[in-house]
Design a protein around this ligand. Sequence first.
Ligand code: ADP
Ligand code: MG
Length: 370
Amino acid sequence: MILPPATLGMLGGGQLGRYFVMSAHRLGYQVIVLDPDPASIAGAAADGQIVAAYDDADALAELARGCDAITCEFENVPAASLALLEQHKPVRPAASAVRVCQDRREEKAFLARADVPVAPNLTLLPHEPLPELPDHLFPAILKTAREGYDGKGQWTIHQASELPAALAASGVPCVLEKRLPLEGEFALTLARSPSGAISALPLVQNWHSGGILDQTRSPANVPALEAEAQRIAEHIIAALDYVGVLTVEFFLVGGQLLVNEMAPRPHNSGHPSIDNAGCSQFELQVRALCDLPLPAKAEVQPAILLNLLGDLWQDGTPDWASALALPGVHLHLYGKGEARTGRKMGHVTVTGRDWPTVEATASQLRALLG
Ligand code: ADP
Ligand code: MG
């Protein structure tokens, strides 16, 4: 067990890292962030930041020297860097697990081996002849194998003839995936400690707009789906021998859950847990990293999360005063400098005693924020 006031290392300086810092601080830990951006928002909240590239060997050595355990807030940290850190200090999740989650090809291959249902798909390489493409794959989505997020690195493909141009435009290995008629999107965030204990947040339901998360409802309130999602997520955790926080994104198609993708970290759709659960996804991340006891599954209050994208700042600062005057409104702004279109600047979580109350406040908020 790594007890406070130990120092924890965080690879990545975005909002997820920032909330990890806040949770770690509440428990009496210190945090050092490694991020190439000297103005990173997690670094601003932390006890120190090493400003360097994620593959800078000197910087990684400095982080390992200064910290008792290390984690990450996004999956694009080079797995080789995590493997290097593992030679010196506990790294959770392990390099081997992050390697699977950071490449859609590896992820799909892993899920197939683990017998977890996914959308029909195949791998395509930019400079190679196209394989035989079955008609049932179309319409499809071409996704870059690595580095995609918030719907970036994705192209809609109606028919096979559009593929050569799209692949050439991507210039990198891709996964072609059948576009499915989704009946819903769900996510489950859970944690596993080094001792093997598991704790899950409730299943949440997500709505996306333009590939970016727009709204989340926590809990999703579909007991049968929640049980199935938890069974699949625990199966994945066991197959990956995973330690840390993992989020599994699901598609509901024909009444069945398919796994869309996995994130080796807390997730945007887990943010309601900051305000509606006894232990947030970030405290789960700290507890799993340090092998502290994990909480039993807790009842959560009904909550609706609305993401705040940079677009909202188009006509100046939104009317926060009116938003905050509404009951049960928890405003979260991440402290990012520039409000660019599509950039996640913050979120609002509305909590309340019951769903009608939460829904009424959420509609008022939507009207207010446009
Ligand atoms: P990202 O890494 O950007 O989150 P995802 O693969 O999760 O990439 O895709 C983002 C969103 O695009 C999904 O949440 C979903 O709304 C939509 N989407 C992705 N793949 C499919 C698919 N095969 N069929 C239908 N919608 C999809
Ligand atoms: Mg996704």
